[in-house]
Ligand binder design. Sequence first.
Ligand SMILES: Cc1cc2nc3c(=O)[nH]c(=O)nc-3n(C[C@H](O)[C@H](O)[C@H](O)COP(=O)(O)OP(=O)(O)OC[C@H]3O[C@@H](n4cnc5c(N)ncnc54)[C@H](O)[C@@H]3O)c2cc1C
Length: 526
Amino acid sequence: MKKWSTWRPENAQEQFDCIIIGSGISGLTTGAILAKLGQKVLILEKHFKIGGWTHTFKRKQYEWDVGIHYIGEVHNSYSTARKLFDFASDGKLEWAKMADNYDRIIFPDKSYDFNAPRQRFIDDLVGHFPGTQEKMEEYISAVDTVVRQGRPYFANKALPEWIAKMTYSTMTEKYFKLANRTTKDVIMSIFNDEKILGVLTGQWGDHGLPPDQSSFAMHAMVVRHYLDGGNYPVGGSRMIAETITDHIEKHGGKTFVNAGVDEILLKKDKAIGVRLENGDEILAPKVVSSAGVVNTYGKLLRSSKHAPTFQKRLRKVVPTGSYLCLYVGFNRSAKDIGLETTNLWIYPDYDHDKNIAEFSADSEKDFPVVYVSFPSAKDPAWDKEHPNSATMEVITMAQFDWYDKWASGYWKKHGDEYEAHKEKLSQRLLEKVFEHVPQAKAHLDYYELSTPLTVRDLANYPQGELYGLEHDPSRFQQRWLKPRSDIKNLFLTGQDILTVGVTSALFSGLVTASAITKKDLRKELL
Ligand SMILES: Cc1cc2nc3c(=O)[nH]c(=O)nc-3n(C[C@H](O)[C@H](O)[C@H](O)COP(=O)(O)OP(=O)(O)OC[C@H]3O[C@@H](n4cnc5c(N)ncnc54)[C@H](O)[C@@H]3O)c2cc1C
């Protein structure tokens, strides 16, 4: 496991071309590209580990990823996602393909397997819903169409301001025909069947909104991303940050942990550097923030003369809801227990919108989703490093305001009542999971629950946001969600400027580096 350097005041003496706030996949990708192009980059991370949602943590003999369970497309070495991962990691990051059955959507009466490749996905669903062949093809065609039409929409974000403005309507018009509609609207207009809607949107947790609220574009991006199967990084998700930072360091860049940025320094409305939480000031000709738009526009730019405008913009987007994650360790290998690479999505009913509304009103109601992933089963390198052990992660939704009464404390110091509350929830989650993997129960050795407060305290999402900003249709209309800010020399990157997902955040790094260098880096590098 790579050791990370802690920030020290003497580091501020060094000269850098670009400061990057945050070390998630977006910040790392921006850093790797700029470093390879000859710029000296400095990555400042508030957490004590590099990687953002790609970092891992350990307890006893176990190790868990926190924000990556499967990635599509990267098994295909010709895919742009794979090429960009290869570029950023200098070809060092390896991927393991999961079994063809990447997701299992489970309802009380029946379960539905999502199997790769795409034709099998279609055939299997038609098998479940006989007579829907043509409609299923129409649906997949709508998925393909909006994903294809999204390319110019996202490419527009990287263009110089005046060209972006001039070409905006031609580059986005077609995309908005489907992106402006909800997932439910599009799917119901094809099938008019609530049960099919429930099954086809069984991955809604991958972007965070149920079908009556999400943009069909976001739904389609998730579906399409996994149609040919899922993959997992060999050695676990920490290998992403380890390989990319090696690459950055090879080109003279530096990364530091425990280096939270308190404010972006401005002079005559230009970004000139940052002030850290410990008061150190570091100057550089360019600053990139990957800390999310709520942090960047709401806090880091609080002294800007544009602050009121930024606040107004932030009122047009909605931070996503939060979640609970139970990290579980078993004292047998995944093979011994019979754990598979397939993710489970356990639902109380086909109506996801209703499930969420009921749970939001009363947290004692059935969990609206219980998502289960078995990371150790997905990682071919696991058994060698962690013999006779296996891991599982169990996720459900939660609201930040349920934790208001404990919100004044910090990580691990929220008190006994909070711990008792966590224990109760952990037992509820375990009971639900063991209905579906009963053979694992006897080998349970360790569990620990994260809550919205953990996300706030450790990942610095102020409301414990699961995925940054909600992906409803209006989000895609926010033209200010782009790499160029109103402040000269300040750029943004990350899931908020494109969409949620490791691959999307990876691409945001490319888009931001393109905006900084004023080059079409997709063409040039990939
Ligand atoms: C539970 C969960 C499961 C997920 N599963 C998947 C999956 O299976 N597949 C998939 O593709 N995607 C998944 N995602 C989504 C994916 O992980 C994210 O979309 C992506 O990693 C976001 O990357 P990012 O670089 O935009 O942000 P982040 O990874 O959040 O990085 C931002 C970084 O900025 C740092 N930071 C914040 N404020 C400051 C500051 N003031 N100073 C310095 N640093 C700061 C943060 O500490 C963080 O390290 C999941 C996410 C979660 C939460």
